[in-house]
Design a protein around this ligand. Structure first.
Ligand SMILES: Cc1ncc(C[n+]2csc(CCOP(=O)(O)OP(=O)(O)O)c2C)c(N)n1
Ligand SMILES: [Mg+2]
Length: 96
């Protein structure tokens, strides 16, 4: 998710520096939905779960990873994953 990704820049950069062929697939719904659902489920006010959207293209560039942004279409994701890679890459799925 776009929220968890923000805790993971160090791992992305390690994958880059070690040349690891990992595809990081990120579901970007511009929100912290799991947290929001937990707050709602606990009967508390839902706050802080609707952040300004994270721009993944410059985020990936800052981490030194090639980047692809897709609508969440299984065929598009399959063909992207089938492209060969020599190092890590970041693939965004833009939630509708
Ligand atoms: C690496 C990492 N850091 C922190 C957390 C704590 N955490 C649990 S849910 C959440 C945010 C959820 O938002 P998102 O990742 O955007 O997923 P969504 O529920 O919106 O699909 C975070 C940061 C985590 N799960 N993993
Ligand atoms: Mg999210």
């Amino acid at each position: 998710g776009d929220g968890g990704l923000q805790f993971s820049a160090a791992e992305l950069r390690t994958a880059r520096d070690e040349g690891l062929p990992i595809s990081f697939v990120v579901w970007n719904n511009a929100g912290y939905r799991e947290i929001a659902e937990a707050m709602a489920g606990a009967g508390t006010q839902v706050i802080g779960c609707d952040p300004s959207p994270l721009s993944l293209a410059p985020f990936a560039e800052a981490c030194g990873l090639p980047f692809v942004s897709l609508l969440p279409d299984p065929g598009a994701l399959r063909s992207t994953l089938q492209q060969p890679q020599t190092g890590p890459r970041l693939i965004e799925l833009r939630a509708p």
